[in-house]
Write a protein that binds this ligand. Structure first.
Ligand SMILES: Cc1ncc(COP(=O)(O)O)c(C=O)c1O
Length: 388
């Protein structure tokens, strides 16, 4: 437990430092500015603004990075999920098993294809799909299982793939937060039929705008994804099925191609910061995130739980530490899904996370000094909360 002495030693002002931001994209950009600007200039000069060689080059590099045969670049992670579910054969009236503790886009994709999200709770240890609950939710309308590799840690994919195989149901991975994560040495996104990534700017690999991708080992699925993202035109102006304009922009392909070279180093920096948080916060009355022994966590977010979350967040904000909330309302309690008839209490672990979670700053450029300030400030606040 924390002692009053150790906490009071942390009260010294550090006038040389401003607030600790939750995320600092400007510092990351400053380090690679010249490279990015040169690539953007080349795209502008080449005047191929949509798809083209920069997108194709990135697709090839990202497929190699995760160890998948194919990568198809699209305009967002949400579009990636939508197309992946179409390729998995999910349509109107079908059911998709997924989790309510995620960003809502996971469920949007299910709804876009006219199917219904059927939720199972997450487990408190990994905060990902509780694999013990999946099989009992399978019906004759289940067409896909859609786990989310939340916060940067892969779901427990072994049992999920085995359930999928046994029932003939494809597994589609929401890997939007898990670039470079692994489960038993296999990369997140490459284990199911398709893996869906987001390159929204704040993600571990982020574009300078919107972008996403689907990776797959299935050549037919890859070919269909390429067609679907481009108005379903296999041949120009021939549209064999309903298509979409989900093409990736060349500027984003160029940015992503450059940033991908740095991703492993950035991930290692995140892992080191996560370890420092684990050590520095170990004695506090917080539920801290953990890395499962068979997985490689890439720490997109570092999410802790405490029953007095709101009070702690406010105090952190007042003392110059920004935090995030991922996510304050689980999907089954969102207004958009009211028609599913869920109530508070249906998914107690997800609801507890929603009530108690707060995300501490973690980004590759974060200095030890910034992180020490977070640890010291949080220690100080928890001491006050405990003795209040
Ligand atoms: C788990 C999860 N799924 C899906 C998405 C959707 O990705 P995008 O914002 O690129 O559409 C996100 C990101 O916001 C996400 O975190």
């Amino acid at each position: 437990m924390i002692s009053r002495d150790s906490a009071s030693a942390t009260l010294e002002a550090r006038p040389d430092e401003g607030p600790v931001p939750f995320l600092d994209l400007k510092t990351q950009y400053a380090g690679i500015r010249a490279e990015i600007l040169q690539a953007l200039e080349e795209v502008a000069d080449g005047a191929t603004y949509v798809l083209g060689p920069r997108v194709a080059g990135f697709e090839e590099a990202f497929a190699a990075f995760v160890g998948a045969r194919h990568c198809v670049g699209v305009n967002s992670g949400t579009s990636a999920l939508h197309l992946a579910l179409i390729c998995a054969g999910v349509g109107p009236g079908d059911e998709v098993i997924t989790v309510p503790m995620t960003f809502v886009a996971t469920s949007w994709a299910v709804s876009y294809v006219g199917a219904t999200p059927v939720f199972v709770d997450v487990d408190l240890a990994t905060l990902t799909m509780d694999v013990r609950q999946v099989e009992r939710r399978i019906t004759n309308r289940t067409r896909a299982i859609l786990p989310v590799h939340l916060y940067g840690q892969s779901a427990d994919m072994g049992p999920l793939l085995e359930i999928g195989r046994r029932h003939g149901i494809p597994v589609v991975e929401d890997a939007a937060q898990a670039h470079g994560a692994r489960c038993q040495e296999r990369a997140a996104g490459t284990m199911g039929l398709c893996g869906c990534f987001s390159f929204y700017p704040g993600k571990n690999l982020g574009a300078c705008g919107e972008a996403g991708a689907v990776v797959t080992n299935d050549a037919d699925v890859a070919a269909r994804l390429r067609t679907l993202r481009d108005h379903a035109q296999g041949r120009r102006y021939h549209h064999g099925e309903l298509g979409f304009n989900y093409r990736m922009e060349a500027f984003q392909g160029a940015v992503l191609g450059i940033k991908l070279k740095y991703l492993e180093g950035w991930t290692e920096a995140r892992r080191r910061l996560a370890e420092r948080y684990q050590a520095g916060l170990a004695d506090l009355p917080l539920l801290l995130p953990t890395e499962a022994t068979d997985r490689r966590h890439v720490w997109h977010l570092f999410v802790a739980l405490h029953p007095q979350r709101d009070r702690i967040r406010q105090a952190l904000e007042e003392r110059g530490v920004q935090t995030g909330l991922h996510y304050p309302i689980p999907v089954h309690l969102q207004g958009a899904y009211e028609h599913l008839g869920h109530q508070t209490g249906d998914f107690p672990v997800s609801e507890r996370i929603a009530r108690e979670c707060f995300s501490l700053p973690i980004f590759p450029e974060m200095t030890n000094r910034q992180q020490d300030r977070v640890i010291e400030t949080l220690t100080e606040i928890l001491l006050e909360v405990e003795y209040a």
